[in-house]
Design a binder for this molecule. Sequence first.
Ligand code: MF3
Ligand code: CO
Ligand code: CO
Length: 267
Amino acid sequence: MLKSRRQHARRVDKSLIKTPAEIEIMREAGKIARHVCIMAKETVRPGMTTGQLEDLAEDYITQNGATSPCLGYTPAGHPPYPAWTCISVNEEIVHGIPGQKVIQSGDIVTMDCCVELKGFVADTALTFAVGTIRPDVDRLLKVTEEALNIGISNALPGNTTGDVGWSIQKFAESNGYSVVRELHGHGVGRSMHESALDVPNYGRPGSGTLLETGMTFAIEPMLNMGKKDIRTLRDGWTIVTADGKISAHFEHTIAIGERNALILTRD
Ligand code: MF3
Ligand code: CO
Ligand code: CO
């Protein structure tokens, strides 16, 4: 029954399919990007600024012969992005610009890092606690990370992007959280955002794009403690929850293998 619905699913353009050799380069880029996220989690101390975490990231990426596709990124309607990483604190969901903001005990911080190496890109993010956080915030982090893992476990050849989104949405909402609608996962590889492939964190089973071996994309649930609505700050980038409540974000870049998803962003 599911099969007949999926026969109508969109097929991705063949130009987005990567060879095994290209996927290995993405894995190299992904290792650097993930290390930046883990390093931020392990290094952060109350009193540090988000700009200090950015500086560590820039040094590490440079030392590894890689670059950031974020710096200078200028999609329509945005000013050029001015940093290598996105660092978002508490009610900031994504695209926080690192700078003078001082991180305090009790905060949660998202490090989102995209790395370009040898012409290929990988994208990964994680949210971590600084000092002691409230138990309800800790639960949000655990559920958001688990939502990503559930999405990845549904990213199987023959499934669709709708199967992935539905699995994330169902898990998030059954845990009492809301799913941001305006920001999605995306194709990634030859560029940071391969816009022909869209991977929402919500949806209907069998809808969207059919998943085929060799596709590479980012899955990145953003879960809010309060309502799903967002707004953009006057810097033109930082996206926050409209109600000011806490939000968490986890992201991996994956490749669709012969039988399952391969995570390309591992330290
Ligand atoms: N890493 C982000 C993503 O997950 C993209 C950031 S674009 C930037 O899609 F310009 F804000 F850095
Ligand atoms: Co990202
Ligand atoms: Co992304």
